[in-house]
Structure formats: structure tokens, C-alpha cells
Design a protein around this ligand. Structure first.
Ligand code: IVH
Length: 676
């Protein structure tokens, strides 16, 4: 093509791009704001694809406000938080075939009269997402987040070519469609090569790369990464079509234009069929473009799923079978010592980098001294490392046959590598601890935990920044972060006006985080996010939690004797009280504003809950509390009511023995909502 002619085409295409953008903006306005669309979804989709193709041909013409990169017209600042209509749960995992059989038997026992069938599909090792389609149009894409709320990553999702903006064929009124975003293996290799060429750190594995890419604020960067997606589930669903089985649902997804797992096995009643499908998948899983660390086995019949429901975390109708992790041999150069948030000392193996299960491993935990002695691990040894999914790599064995007299037995230090005080062994425990509360390494770890994404979520306050703040003396303890000023931050290396401003606003924003985040952030031993949530919901404020007795605490779902005593221990320490007082003084909210008020006393009395209910147990317990009742764990003479779900066991017998009034779920539902 001569130059003149080429120019003519380019001008023509540029004009067409501008025209398409104007057209689409107009249709967006008509559809989203005026609710009066002029063209069919198919026509809209055709315009969209034409524009996308042109933009692909002329990347220099892509502008951040192109309708291909946005919905509803909002430019991208930071991710909005969105609440999923139906929460995104996780799956229970197992490595053992026996447990798969137990899963099968459990379901059969819950559904004794039903003929079961199952599906098996690859477990895609990527990042879970949920797409919201309304009237067949994609309106939002979000990450899983904490399961209840996630990041709105719509703009980024829109750069994934295999995600349709408009569903083909018959589509439901509203649908949350769930799947996994992943970075195909070859795209991962290319991305890492490019990063290394630019002097950037490579991603450890395709999953991290996918997660990192989805978190990019600039959708155009995401567009260059080559993400892809597979869908396998749904959340909220309103309207036709409806399905009886998972297989039917997957057929629908495919027909609607949504990518589904490359292979799906359907099995009948026989558990052997499930096991052989597991083995078949294991043999072919390396051929898929994504990493697969397991098989997901699901009850195929959707009615059965509803009947068995879920536990607090995961559905009862599905299980993930994980394949044995991969192992590799490498050299252990050095054993270093890490000090944890609670002062626990962990030896860490510094390794010659080696590829295991698709990611490069250069450090592995050695857990504790006993472990090192038991396995006789020495610096300079050739060792075997193993990486199992999420788990930190571990040293599983030593090639003693290759040992020379160069490798000498390892001895744990007597003093803390950070504060140089003597280390202590807790009686009856293998852990060695640094018990100096002022130990710099511990303070660093406590601050890291406090600010982390799962806790107070202070963006920009990561390991390196905290190290700088401690080193400069600007921060000595947690509350100090709330008195930081811009001038303070500007003294630090690599901190400019903008990043200082961002950090201060992130710190400020964290003052009104929900209570459960603060409870978790305090770093109370044995408290994870799920018990923090339950405690926040039950007590509503730090003050109320601090006053709770160990007995009362143990009456909380998920809280046993150990957790209760950790909580008591934390609040009986004067240091903790001082910490909380200082946080309050700095304006950190110690109460959940949104704690619901008691409605009435219609359920007054002492309640025990047992068996399987159709709603989560903690939700039932909250209803009881809202209506003046009191929920405990154990049946006694004093118990007023037992709410007995399906498969109620010994508590039911005990209640009968004590003559406690027994209610089934239907009766209970009527009590909490008399209109039912
Ligand atoms: S079904 C109620 N199917 O694995 C949860 N999950 O470890 C239903 N995952 O959170 C999930 N491949 O992000 C399902 N074929 C598949 C999957 C899959 C990957 C992810 C998903 C889930 C996690 C649990």
C-alpha cells in the first residue's frame, strides 16, 4: 500500500473510531440514564466489537475515556468497594481420596432418598471474580475480596476479550456469574521476560501475576497482560432461564458466550467414578493453558445443593481435591532467623532459587529448632523443597547421601537477632520466643499486621515504609501512626508530596474501619478474621468485648476455650488497655456504628442451636439476640429452647432428657417473622 493510500485509510479509521465512540456514548446514556434504549443488545455488542477491533489495530488511538474501557462513564481513581449480592464462599479442600469418599457419604446421608450425581472440573488457580449482568448486559465486575465485599474491577474486566459485554440468547433479569481470572502460562512467561528486561521484579507465579494485573488501576496496562477467564458458578439469579443441574448451567454459560472449563466430567452415584475422574484430570491437567492444582467435585443437581446448604465458610455440596504438591531439589545456602509478631522465632532456609509447581522458590520455612534437629538439616545441604498451593514452601528432606564434612549441625542462636536479648522456650511448647515487648522486629511485625489488607487496610503502610518509620524514630508503637504529619513523612527517603498525602489519607480513613477489622488488627493470639467478625457482631464495641467473661465468650459461635482465654489475656494486660486508650484518643473508632438495635423480647430465654439450618447459625443467633434471647453452646436444665435443624444429634437427646422446649426451623422462622 502506498503512503498516500495508507494515510487515507488511517484517517478513515480514526474518523470511524470517533464516530463509534460518540454513538456508544449516546446509547449508554439512553440505556443507563434514560432507560430508553434505541438499539438491540446485539447491535450494541456489534458496535462495541467494531470499536474494540479498531482500537486493537491502532493502540495509539486508545484513550482512557473510550467506551470500551468504561461503563456508565466513571473514570478510574481507586477501586470502589462493592457488596456481592450473594457472598462468595470458598471450598473445603482435601488431599485424600478417603475424604472424597467421606464427602460423598456425608451427602448421601443428608439426602438418603436421593439419587446423587456429580460433576468434576479443574480447579483453576487464578483470582476469583464475579460479574453482574443485568438484562443480559455486563454492569459490574468485582474481585472476591473478603467474600462479602470486593474491589470493583469493571474497567479491568472489560479488557478481557473473552468476557462478553452482552450475553447471547435468552438471559436472566439479574445474574451474578462467578469464575476465575487467570494468566495463561505463555502470557506469564512473556510478561516476566518483559519485566526482567525493564529491571522490574518478576511475578512468582501465574496466579500472583493475574492478581497483580487485576489490581492495576490503569486498564490499558491490564489490556496488555493477556488475562483470560473461566466461569463455573453463579451467585444471585433472577428470572429465566433456570436449571436443574450444574451441567445445564454450564451449557447455558457456553451458549451465552462465557468461557467454561475445558473439560468437565459427569459421574453418577458411584464414588469410584469420582475417583477415576480425579485421576483422569490429573493426567491431562498440564495441557490446560492455566495452572490447575486440583479437581472440584460438585453435586450436579441444584436442588440437592439447596437442601444441604453451606457451613459458615463453604458449601456442603462441593469439595476440592488437591493434587500432591510438586517437589524439587536445591541447595540450602544459609539458615536465617525471623522474629514474628508475637516474638516467636522461626528459622528460615535461604535457598538457591528453584522452580517448583511453576513458581520460583528461594526461601522456605524450617518451622522450629526441633524440626531442624529431627530432619538434621544443615547449611550447605542439598535439600528437597515442596510447594503446596497457598502454603509457604517447606523443606521436606535432606540428601544425606551427598553430604560432605563441610556441613555442620545447626544451632539456634541464644539471643534475639533483632534486640539481642535472651530467647526463651515456653514450657511445653517447641516455639522459642523473644519476650521483649520493645523488640524492634516484633514492633515492626505488629505494625505490618495492623496495617495489612486483611486488618486496618492502610494502603502504603507496608513492610518498607514501616521499617523507615521505626528507624527514623517517628513511630515507636501503633498509635504513633495516627499523629504523623506531612512534614514528618517528607523527611523520609523516597517519599514525595503525593505519596505522603496518600499515606496520610489512608491512615486517616482507617480510623473508621468496621470493628471486626480493629479486633483482628490488634493481633490477639488465635483470633482470625472470622472470629473477629463474629465477636464484632455480638459485642458491637471494644469496651463490651473487653468486659466479656471467658464463659460468656465461649457461648459465641466459633469461640472455644483457647480463643476465649486469649481474649481475656489480651484485655487483662495493662499495655493493651493503654494501646486502646491511645487509639481512641487519636479518633480511631472502637464501636461499630451499624450495630442493630434490639427489636423486642419475644425470644427472651436461653437458646441452644443444633443441626443443619438453612441459614448460617450465627444469623439465627443474631435473630435471637435481636429479639431479646441469649444463645449458649450447651444444653442444661436452664436452657429454655433448643432450635433443632436437620441431623440434630446428642443435643436433641439431651434436650429431651431435660424437658427443654424443642423447635424446628419452620417454627423458629414463624417466631422471628410472624408473617411466614
Ligand atoms: S466452585 C462456593 N469451581 O477455588 C464456592 N471454584 O478454593 C464455589 N475455583 O473460591 C466455588 N476453580 O475461586 C469452583 N471449577 C471451580 C473452581 C473454583 C477454581 C476457586 C474459587 C474458590 C476457590 C476455593
Amino acid at each position: 500500500m502506498d503512503k498516500h493510500c495508507h494515510q487515507k485509510y488511517l484517517n478513515f479509521d480514526k474518523e470511524r473510531i470517533a464516530e463509534l465512540r460518540r454513538e456508544m456514548e449516546r446509547h449508554n446514556q439512553l440505556y443507563y440514564q434514560d432507560a430508553a434504549p434505541e438499539i438491540s443488545d446485539q447491535k450494541y455488542d456489534a458496535l462495541y466489537r467494531e470499536l474494540l477491533d479498531l482500537e486493537k489495530r491502532y493502540p495509539s488511538e486508545i484513550s482512557p475515556d473510550s467506551p470500551t474501557l468504561k461503563i456508565g462513564g466513571k473514570p478510574l481513581g481507586e477501586f470502589q468497594q462493592v457488596q456481592h449480592v450473594v457472598p462468595m464462599q470458598s471450598l473445603s479442600n482435601t488431599y485424600s481420596e478417603k475424604e472424597v469418599l467421606e464427602f460423598f457419604n456425608r451427602l448421601q446421608k443428608l439426602l438418603p432418598t436421593k439419587l446423587l450425581s456429580f460433576t468434576l472440573e479443574p480447579k483453576v488457580d487464578g483470582v476469583a471474580i464475579t460479574l453482574l449482568y443485568e438484562k443480559g448486559r455486563l454492569v459490574r465486575g468485582a474481585t472476591r475480596g473478603d467474600g462479602t465485599t470486593g474491589d470493583d474491577v469493571t474497567q479491568n474486566i472489560l479488557t478481557i476479550r473473552s468476557i462478553p459485554r452482552v450475553l447471547r440468547g435468552l438471559h436472566p433479569e439479574v445474574a451474578e456469574i462467578r469464575g476465575e481470572v487467570f494468566l495463561p502460562r505463555d502470557a506469564f512467561a512473556i510478561l516476566n521476560t518483559k519485566r526482567e528486561e525493564k529491571g522490574e521484579l518478576p511475578f512468582a507465579n501465574p496466579r500472583n501475576a493475574a492478581a497483580g494485573s487485576l489490581k492495576q488501576l490503569d486498564a490499558q496496562v491490564v489490556a496488555t497482560r493477556g488475562l483470560d477467564v473461566i466461569f463455573y458458578g453463579f451467585g444471585a439469579w433472577k428470572g429465566e432461564p433456570r436449571f436443574q443441574t450444574h451441567m445445564e448451567f454450564l451449557v447455558f454459560l457456553k451458549a451465552a458466550g462465557l468461557p467454561t472449563p475445558p473439560r468437565i466430567w459427569e459421574t453418577g452415584e458411584s464414588p469410584n467414578e469420582i475417583l477415576s475422574a480425579i485421576h483422569e484430570l490429573e493426567a491431562v491437567r498440564h495441557n490446560f493453558p492455566f495452572e490447575t492444582d486440583g479437581a472440584v467435585i460438585k453435586a450436579n443437581i441444584l436442588e440437592h445443593r439447596e437442601m444441604v446448604g453451606s457451613t459458615a465458610k463453604a458449601p456442603r455440596w462441593a469439595i476440592a481435591f488437591k493434587y500432591e504438591p510438586e517437589r524439587a531439589e536445591t541447595i540450602l545456602h544459609k539458615i536465617t532467623i525471623q522474629v514474628g509478631r508475637t516474638g516467636v522465632i522461626t528459622p528460615v532456609a535461604e535457598l538457591e532459587p528453584v522452580l517448583v509447581s511453576g513458581s520460583t522458590v528461594s526461601r522456605a520455612t524450617l518451622h522450629n529448632e526441633e524440626e531442624i534437629i529431627r530432619k538434621d538439616i544443615r547449611e550447605g545441604d542439598r535439600i528437597i523443597v515442596e510447594k503446596a498451593g497457598e502454603v509457604i514452601p517447606a523443606v521436606v528432606g535432606v540428601r544425606k547421601d551427598l553430604r560432605t564434612d563441610q556441613q555442620q549441625p545447626f544451632h539456634m542462636p541464644q539471643k534475639c537477632p533483632s534486640c539481642h536479648q535472651n530467647l526463651h522456650r515456653v514450657v511445653g511448647q517447641v516455639a522459642i520466643r523473644c519476650i521483649n515487648p520493645q523488640c524492634p522486629a516484633q514492633i515492626q511485625r505488629r505494625l505490618e499486621h495492623f496495617a495489612s489488607r486483611g486488618a486496618m487496610d492502610i494502603d502504603g503502610l507496608g513492610e518498607a515504609m514501616i521499617a523507615q518509620l521505626l528507624e527514623s524514630g517517628l513511630v515507636k508503637k501503633i498509635p504513633d501512626i495516627y499523629v504523623l504529619k506531612k512534614e514528618d513523612l517528607l523527611q523520609l527517603e523516597r517519599v514525595g508530596e503525593k505519596s505522603a498525602g496518600n499515606l496520610l489519607s489512608a491512615i486517616h480513613k482507617s480510623k473508621i474501619q468496621p470493628l471486626w477489622r480493629l479486633i483482628f488488627a490488634l493481633g490477639i493470639l488465635n483470633i482470625g478474621t472470622s472470629s473477629a467478625r463474629v465477636l464484632a457482631q455480638k459485642y458491637g464495641s471494644i469496651m463490651a468485648l473487653a468486659k466479656a467473661t471467658a464463659e460468656e465468650l465461649q457461648e459465641t459461635e466459633d469461640v472455644g476455650a483457647i480463643v476465649a482465654s486469649s481474649i481475656r489475656e489480651f484485655f487483662s494486660d495493662a499495655e493493651s488497655i493503654r494501646l486502646l486508650e491511645e487509639l481512641e484518643k487519636q479518633g480511631v473508632q472502637l464501636t461499630d456504628a451499624a450495630i442493630p438495635q434490639k427489636i423486642d423480647d419475644s425470644l427472651a430465654g436461653t437458646w441452644v442451636l443444633t443441626g443443619t439450618l438453612s441459614i448460617p447459625r450465627e444469623e439465627a443467633a443474631n435473630w435471637i439476640r435481636l429479639r431479646g434471647g441469649h444463645v449458649t453452646n450447651n444444653i442444661s436444665k436452664k436452657t429454655s429452647y433448643l432450635l433443632a435443624g436437620q441431623e440434630a444429634g446428642s443435643k436433641l437427646e439431651k434436650a429431651q432428657h431435660f424437658g427443654v422446649k424443642i423447635l424446628d426451623e419452620e417454627q423458629f422462622q414463624k417466631m422471628i417473622d410472624p408473617s411466614k
